[in-house]
Design a protein around this ligand. Structure first.
Ligand code: ATP
Length: 364
């Protein structure tokens, strides 16, 4: 932890709200957000398309005003002190900000000049960023010839030219292939570790939020529905044991035995649907072999078994009844009307990644 991280919050929002009124309807994009983000935190806003992540970022970066409520960044109000806020932040939006006909290095120098650096300082800063963001091999090519991943890195370099206290990244890895996404994530972590600056990014990639952020703020329908480390969010759910049987009778026995065996563990939940049984329990890896053995001794044999640690998708599913993966993949253009629930019964048995719906659910 750097000394910077010890100081008070660098971002504070109070009842921050933004509505959009179009011809046909009003969209409550962000609803009463109360947040405090400390200096030096690496935070991900995670949520499906249309959840309100970008709108929040756009308010924090002074691009749009709140409808009501307040927000301050680096101690400055986002409405009354826009200039001071802008000086303190770097913002990398979803679009590509760099001019396509210019060389990457020249773009960085121009950006530095625009932020008031002398020509020599702007050049030195551009060289530093080119090295830091692994752009040495391509910095002297025109931007239009760069790959998606290289452009994204250049965008981030542009956002860092003036050494901001807070860097906002709006879906930094959208559109990148897995390799480039992984590279970008390591780079963001490296930057964070080396500079100690606050980084706030939005993403709908579960793995990205999980791997990258120290703190995950889950947003749905414009509100914060969870805010913790990825580890803590997942730990609350316990492991998942999914068992499949050839008939519902066996599944009934298994549900009962699972309930008995997990009975002493706080928060354990058993669900049965048809011939599938799901047990959510802390320490599921240890319990699973005992359960199989117990069932075997009663002549009940599972035809499939899967034991998994919870993911952030499980967290989202638990909080909303929807899968974040489906909510994000299923959504097209982000409108408020896109927010459908995906809670149809799942009859695909235990090998399906969705949990059985709660046709029979008991606390163990
Ligand atoms: N300028 C606008 N006019 C009308 N509605 C808007 C506008 N900008 C955003 N919205 C609506 O506000 C809601 C939140 O949008 P926002 O872009 O903040 O979501 P998001 O979580 O960032 O989604 P994505 O992951 O797709 O970027 C959506 O319903 C969106 O359609």
């Amino acid at each position: 932890m750097t000394p910077n991280q010890m100081t008070g919050p660098v971002i504070v929002t109070k009842n921050l709200t933004r509505t959009f009124t179009t011809r046909n309807h009003t969209v409550e994009a962000v609803r009463g957000l109360d947040l405090e983000i400390g200096q030096g935190e690496l935070v991900a806003f995670l949520g499906p398309n249309g959840a309100g992540k970008s709108t929040t970022l756009r308010m924090l970066t002074t691009l749009i005003p709140p409808t009501s409520g307040t927000a301050s960044v680096a101690g400055h109000d986002v409405v009354d002190e826009q200039r001071q806020v802008r000086r303190s932040i770097g913002y990398v939006g979803q679009g590509n900000g760099a001019g396509h006909q210019q060389r990457g290095r020249d773009e960085l120098v121009s950006q530095g000049r625009a932020h008031g650096l002398s020509r020599a300082s702007a050049r030195a800063r551009a060289d530093e960023l080119v090295a830091d963001l692994d752009l040495s091999a391509v910095a002297d090519r025109t931007v239009m010839t760069l790959s998606g991943g290289q452009r994204r890195r250049l965008d981030i370099a542009m956002g860092l030219v003036h050494t901001p206290r807070v860097l906002f990244l709006d879906e930094p890895s959208t559109g990148l292939d897995p390799q480039n996404r992984a590279n970008l994530q390591s780079l963001v972590q490296k930057l964070h570790a080396e500079t100690g600056s606050t980084i706030v990014l939005t993403t709908h990639y579960l793995e990205e939020a999980d791997a990258l952020a120290e703190r995950v703020i889950v947003i749905d329908h414009g509100s914060v529905i969870a805010d913790d480390t990825a580890f803590s969010l997942k730990s609350r759910l316990g492991d998942r044991i999914l068992l499949g049987f050839t008939d519902a009778e066996d599944a009934g026995v298994a549900a009962e035995r699972a309930g008995n065996l997990a009975g002493g563990v706080a928060g354990a939940v058993v669900r049965r649907e048809g011939a599938a049984v799901e047990l959510r329990v802390t320490g599921g890896h240890e319990l699973a072999p005992h359960l199989i053995h117990d069932l075997h001794s009663r002549g009940v044999v599972a035809c499939s078994m899967e034991v998994s640690r919870p993911t952030l998708d499980d967290v989202f599913l638990d909080l909303t009844g929807r899968s974040l993966r489906e909510a994000s993949e299923g959504a097209g253009s982000p409108t408020a009307d896109d927010s459908t629930t995906h809670d149809e019964p799942n009859n695909d048995g235990p090998n399906n990644n969705n949990r059985p719906t709660a046709t029979e659910e008991t606390a163990a």
